[in-house]
Design a binder for this molecule. Structure first.
Ligand code: ZN
Length: 324
């Protein structure tokens, strides 16, 4: 066999292997969901839960084929990822969970590398955080604080619209971000966080709803933060427990959509590896959420990019407020 034939054969083998790997990356994979059993849940006291108003403020979106969002979905149907802030009006404080986009977002992104501007920054801008707040007649000064689920640029991009509003951050996440362990673009993250004062909290309270530890924000059991690590070291979820027993569970970026924890399934490995700081920990978090959704189908789990869950929640919420 001539050298050229060997080269051709080699190229064919690599080509076939490449197609094989690409095809395999689309197929579902097994999750060790047996690890989810045996979790003890404490009894929660609902008598102290107050009226809390929750509004998703959608600032932008990006459309992706479904097979990129859910491994094994084998569908090219359009899936929408939202970029949102959540406004929470609680008797002890009005605050945000994540911040959406500020009005000047493009000015912050313009000096980022081409890959960032065309891929990560290739979203459709809809409405700035400041414009949402204005519509709701809330001045930035009316916000008592803002919590970031984690320190990725797309979760702190609204902060320039709320200068001076204190930030509450999970210490694990803050320290990992300082070390550059929460992902790329950390310079952009710090720039977006500006000079807003920040206060760190520790999720070192007791296990909560099957999650290993917690932080009870107001001490009344109504807002309980739980660590959901893996996407970043300190990705933090938040239970909102409201009078009358209406509850919801915000999960930052522990998943992109409900399918990720219902199946469970990661996103396509190319995206999963790009956005996940610790593969094994992030998978365990998906298993924990899978266990939770099976035990508590009555509590909506809402990921911060899950456009359809956010829309569904707002539809039910608007109807609830009209009835009240
Ligand atoms: Zn994100």
């Amino acid at each position: 066999m001539k050298i050229r034939d060997w080269t051709t054969l080699g190229a064919m083998v690599i080509g076939v292997a490449g197609v094989g790997i690409a095809a395999k990356s689309l197929l579902p994979e097994n999750f060790a969901t047996e690890q989810m059993y045996g979790q003890q849940e404490e009894i929660v006291d609902a008598s102290t839960w107050p009226e809390i108003e929750v509004s998703f403020l959608r600032c932008g979106h990006v459309n992706l084929p479904e097979f990129l969002v859910v491994r094994g979905a084998l569908s090219i149907a359009t899936h929408t990822n939202a970029y949102s802030a959540v406004l929470i009006r609680h008797p002890q404080g009005t605050f945000l969970y994540d911040t959406g986009f500020c009005a000047d977002i493009y000015a912050y992104l313009k000096d980022q590398p081409l890959f960032f501007r065309t891929v990560l920054g290739g979203f459709v801008f809809e409405q700035a955080l400041s414009s949402h707040l204005q519509q709701l007649e809330i001045k930035p000064g009316d916000l008592n604080f803002a919590i970031a689920s984690h320190l990725h640029w797309d979760h702190v991009s609204g902060i320039p619209d709320i200068p001076g509003v204190p930030l509450r951050l999970n210490r694990v996440e803050y320290e990992a971000a300082k070390e550059g362990l929460s992902g790329p673009n950390s310079e952009l993250v710090w720039r977006l966080m500006g000079n807003n004062p920040h206060r760190l909290f520790d999720c070192i309270g007791p296990a909560y709803m099957g999650f290993r530890s917690s932080y009870d924000l107001f001490g009344d059991g109504s807002i309980v933060l739980v660590p959901l690590p893996g996407h970043t070291p300190g990705n933090t979820g938040m239970f909102i427990n409201r009078a009358g027993g209406s509850r919801l569970f915000l999960i930052g970026d522990a998943a992109w959509c409900a399918e990720n924890y219902i199946r469970p399934a990661t996103m396509h490995p190319a995206l999963w590896s790009l956005f996940t700081s610790d593969d094994a920990t992030a998978r365990q978090t998906l298993i924990d959420l899978h266990r939770f959704v099976r035990q508590h189908p009555e509590i909506p789990i809402i990921a911060m990019h899950d456009a359809s869950m956010q829309e569904a929640f707002m539809t039910v919420e608007t109807a609830r407020l009209v009835r009240a």
